[in-house]
Design a protein around this ligand. Structure first.
Ligand code: ADP
Ligand code: ZN
Ligand code: ZN
Length: 703
């Protein structure tokens, strides 16, 4: 029985508890209950809420001037004494995240617990805790894989991580040995401190199975993973192992930043620039930024944080330039792997509608014939992004979104990538009846088909036909499909891999000598001002997939190349790319942003509103803006006019937003905190009642 009976303290005294009720967001941080036991903050309890009983966490006492509860207090019903309380650092992290991202602490705190705990399955928890073998996992010892001797650059990085009281930005090309530095930093720490824990954050676990394998090789059972792909039972097990200190290394995605790690001494944020560290729903937190804060909380205990990337976010780069972070630069790629040479293909000189320039096709064919591999990047899945009628001009618009239905040839369907709407491909134009419908533009399916056709006459050295594989969200949907494809590339069963940005992630393919980006310009001129940064990062990452095995490349005597098809070969982004010069690219971007007063030289937040009718959303934002005039900090905050989002309608919901900007972060924070109660009041008003949802996004990444 998990509900314990500690010594009663007569009489019952008030205790603060946070629960996961969105209804309370913006009202009180915690609710007051009565308890006859003295309950330390962080204890899990069951409390009545309306007619429900919910899981709550005993919270720290509110400030002295908090208003006294007006209603009669209800008692705590159950106390989970089987679990140690969530510690003060964890609660401080939750408090900070709630304040910074303008959410209720209870929402963030309870969302951080495994669903099984949240569901209040005390019996299951008890069974789990009763199971034998849940002792501390020993630090790595005999039998663990022998680590390589570090290079001078790696040793320097390791020392910096151990000695720096600032966050370390580990800047080094893909393959320069950053991961090895993380591993050895963790290893030394665990040897020094028999209880220490390490948190390693990655953008996505499935895309980097090699990191998990490397960790397990070194640390064996001391590693657990935490991500949304786990079953409830796995998630509970991993969470408990971390909470009880049995897990020494937690490898996880964004959500793992909220894991309970009482002896956390090192946080690694790998690929720190990756936008998936920023949550796009609920509390829109940045796990990267919270990692920095979490390490700051643990600084007195010697907790360190290292952010690693070959293409750091401009925010982190800037922080390193101003001295808030310590930049440590790694040297060349390991083993003398060569950097690809950039080859720009001017698409203006190709016949209209050319998918692959003949020169590129030839280069791919030549490599395949020599037993090498190629990656072809196209950031658009499906067969064609839209189909149209040659007679009347009809196009396959989604009935529910301001977007086109994408033609998926393999399923013979038109599909909306935003709302999931799906319909068979029409035989005739739905508008004029003409049978002359054709695919416009190209997606990964079509590119795969094209390449397979073009390379069909080729044979590999063993006489078997050339294989063109595909990796995108569609091909990876089936269980195990992603792993199978990656495996096939590793084993050389796939010669050419076509795919979306998924193919650019950390895979350690050994025989790639050519990487191509065939439809680059969309990203160059996207409406989002971060688009160039994302494109540069993507191309650098993609380039990093090529020529990883220096010995192989030398034996092949092949030039390692990155081909880019673009109508703007003179764009300065490509000049920096040609030299693999992230610093030059960053300097230029930062200069532009400084001039324009954009982040990181200003701080932003978005107020988003969604309604069935666009005017309602816009009207509410207008009211919200008017209600802000006399708020503290208002003089230092610019509120722009509400506008529809670029992709205005999704699943019959109209979306609009209002941008806030300030050069003074505390002013923006104070302003948002004061604005929030008014927004809640406006939500209950005549316009607000017509809204479906609203939310504040602090430090938004997407516009
Ligand atoms: P990154 O994380 O920067 O991409 P890795 O740490 O994965 O780089 O290193 C790239 C490759 O070099 C890996 O195969 C790794 O095992 C190997 N490697 C890293 N450090 C060393 C070293 N000091 N000695 C030998 N091989 C190393
Ligand atoms: Zn028509
Ligand atoms: Zn749609």
């Amino acid at each position: 029985m998990p509900s314990g009976t500690p010594q009663p303290t007569e009489p019952a005294t008030p205790v603060e508890v946070v629960v996961a009720t969105p209804a309370h967001s913006g009202l009180a941080d915690s609710l007051t209950y009565l308890s006859r036991h003295s309950l330390p903050p962080g204890t899990l309890v069951r409390v009545p809420l309306g007619r429900r009983r919910v899981l709550g966490i005993v919270w720290d006492a509110p400030a002295e001037d908090a208003p006294a509860p007006t209603t009669a207090l209800r008692p705590v019903e159950e106390v989970w004494t089987a679990l140690p309380p969530l510690d003060a650092h964890w609660r401080a992290l939750v408090r900070f995240a709630a304040r910074y991202y303008q959410r209720a602490p209870g929402e963030i705190a309870l969302a951080a617990l495994p669903p099984t705990l949240r569901a209040g399955d005390a019996a299951r928890l008890q069974r789990r805790l009763a199971r034998p073998g849940a002792g501390p996992t020993p630090a790595p010892g005999a039998g663990a894989a022998e680590p390589p001797v570090l290079t001078a650059a790696q040793r320097q990085a390791l020392q910096a991580i151990e000695a720096s009281d600032r966050p370390v930005l580990l800047f080094g090309a893909t393959g320069s040995g950053k991961t090895e530095v993380y591993l050895q930093a963790a290893e030394r720490l665990l040897r020094r401190d028999p209880h220490a824990q390490v948190l390693v954050l990655v953008p996505e676990i499935n895309l980097t199975p090699q990191l998990l394998a490397r960790l397990q090789q070194r640390f064996g059972d001391a590693v657990v993973t935490l991500h949304s792909g786990l079953t409830p039972a796995q998630r509970l097990r991993a969470w408990l192992a971390a909470h009880q200190g049995h897990a020494r290394i937690v490898l996880g995605t964004r959500m793992a930043i909220f894991a309970s790690l009482p002896r956390l001494r090192l946080i690694v944020v790998d690929e720190e620039h990756d936008p998936s560290y920023k949550s796009q729903e609920g509390a829109r937190y940045s796990a990267r930024d919270l990692a920095v804060y979490r390490a700051h909380l643990g600084a007195a205990d010697g907790c360190r944080v290292v952010l690693g990337s070959a293409t750091p976010s401009l925010e982190s780069w800037h922080a390193a330039q101003t001295g808030r972070y310590l930049r440590v630069e790694m040297g060349e790629r390991m083993g003398g792997a060569r950097w690809p040479r950039l080859r720009l293909l001017d698409t203006r000189q190709l016949p209209r509608g050319t998918v692959l320039a003949p020169a590129l096709l030839q280069a791919i064919a030549a490599r395949v014939a020599r037993g090498e591999q190629a990656l072809v990047l196209l950031n658009r899945r499906g067969y064609a992004p839209v189909i149209g009628c040659g007679h009347c001009g009809w196009k396959s618009a989604c009935p529910h979104c301001s977007a086109y239905l994408v033609f998926h040839k393999t399923e013979r369907a038109l599909r909306c990538h935003h709302c999931g709407h799906r319909t068979p491909v029409p035989q005739h134009c739905p508008s004029c009846g003409d049978p002359d419908l054709h695919a416009l533009g190209q997606g990964t399916q079509q590119l795969q088909e094209r390449l397979a056709m073009e390379l069909a006459s080729l044979q590999r050295s063993d006489g078997t036909p050339v294989r063109v594989g595909r990796l995108d969200a569609d091909s990876a949907r089936a269980a195990g499909a992603l792993e199978d494809t990656l495996q096939a590339v590793h084993q050389g069963d796939i010669d050419v891999l076509v795919g979306t940005q998924m193919i650019a992630k950390g895979h350690d393919f050994r025989r790639i000598t050519l990487v191509a980006s065939v439809n680059t310009d969309g990203a160059l001129f996207a409406s989002d001002w971060r688009a160039p940064e994302r494109l540069f990062t993507l191309l650098m990452q993609a380039a990093g997939r090529a020529g990883r095995d220096a010995a192989f490349v030398a034996a092949q005597d092949s030039a390692v190349e990155l081909w880019v098809q673009t109508a703007h070969p003179g764009h300065p982004l490509f000049a920096a790319l040609a030299r693999h010069d992230f610093a030059a690219f960053a300097a230029r971007q930062l200069q532009e942003r400084r001039q324009a007063g954009m982040p990181p030289f200003s701080h932003q937040a978005l107020l988003r509103a969604e309604a069935r009718q666009l005017p309602v959303a816009l009207q509410w934002l207008t009211e919200a803006r008017a209600a802000a005039a006399d708020l503290p900090g208002a003089a230092l905050v610019t509120l722009y006019a509400p506008v529809p989002m670029t992709l205005t309608r999704v699943a019959d919901v109209e979306r609009a937003q209002l941008l806030l900007e300030s050069s003074h972060r505390p002013a923006l924070q104070a302003f948002l905190a004061a604005w929030l109660p008014r927004l809640h009041a406006l939500r209950a008003g005549p316009t607000g009642r017509g809204l479906l949802r609203w939310a504040i996004d602090v430090d938004p990444l997407h516009f």
